[in-house]
Design a protein around this ligand. Structure first.
Ligand SMILES: Cc1cc2nc3c(=O)[nH]c(=O)nc-3n(C[C@H](O)[C@H](O)[C@H](O)COP(=O)(O)O)c2cc1C
Length: 189
């Protein structure tokens, strides 16, 4: 079906990223996965598993692991067509670089390319409280069409566990990409 770049940075919330990748793969999409150095450490810490063992459970034909230092990767160029990009979770550090056009890693280069090619781009920022700098960086990106989708659980769906909460955020992200899903309770349906 589609091709998506998924970036994982060192913000809290690795569980959202793993769930999103599982769902994209289940829906027959190809995923180009970029994890920052700090992202790898936070994934291992939060999920109590070595990042390599988490990645080894993903189907190799569907999840292409990209090195964050490899600017020779196909996804580093706008001439390589992908359907969109999601950075989940997105640290305030990576957000600041992206909103200022700094592309000093594969992740930030892909973000720059996604913006210049006017492709679907979803950022899932995670920090609290948010400073004026964070908010201004998000506003700047929102103004040029980047979707800012923070992981904010809703409680009217009466979630009974963490999976319910994670699924509702992942469902919203898929909705934003235009991918039909039944991961969460849609009000009125
Ligand atoms: C356990 C842990 C949780 C963190 N959570 C956040 C977070 O939610 N948001 C954030 O902006 N930074 C968070 N940080 C700090 C980032 O990891 C740090 O700013 C790092 O430079 C981000 O680099 P990256 O964007 O290249 O991954 C966290 C760090 C650790 C160790």
């Amino acid at each position: 079906m589609g091709k998506y770049i998924v970036g994982i940075t060192g913000a809290s919330g690795s569980i959202y990223a793993i769930r999103l990748i599982e769902e994209l793969v289940k829906l027959d999409n190809e995923v180009f996965l970029i994890i920052t150095e700090q992202g790898k450490k936070v994934v291992s810490y939060e999920l109590d598993k070595d990042t390599k063992s988490i990645l080894s459970n993903m189907p190799k034909e569907k999840v292409i692991i990209c090195d964050d230092n490899d600017f020779f990767s196909p996804v580093a160029s706008g001439s390589y067509k992908v359907d969109g990009m999601v950075i989940i979770p997105c640290s305030m550090g990576s957000l600041a670089k992206i909103s200022n056009g700094i592309s000093d890693s594969l992740l930030t280069r892909c973000a720059d390319v996604t913006i210049k090619e006017n492709r679907k781009f979803v950022l899932v920022p995670r920090e609290t409280p948010l400073s004026q700098i964070h908010l201004e960086n998000m506003l700047r990106l929102s103004k040029i069409g980047v979707s800012i989708v923070p992981p904010m659980p809703e409680f009217y769906s009466k979630p009974s566990n963490i999976d319910d909460i994670v699924n509702s955020t992942v469902g919203r992200i898929l909705d934003t990409l235009g991918i039909n899903n039944h991961l969460y309770m849609k009000w009125g349906l």
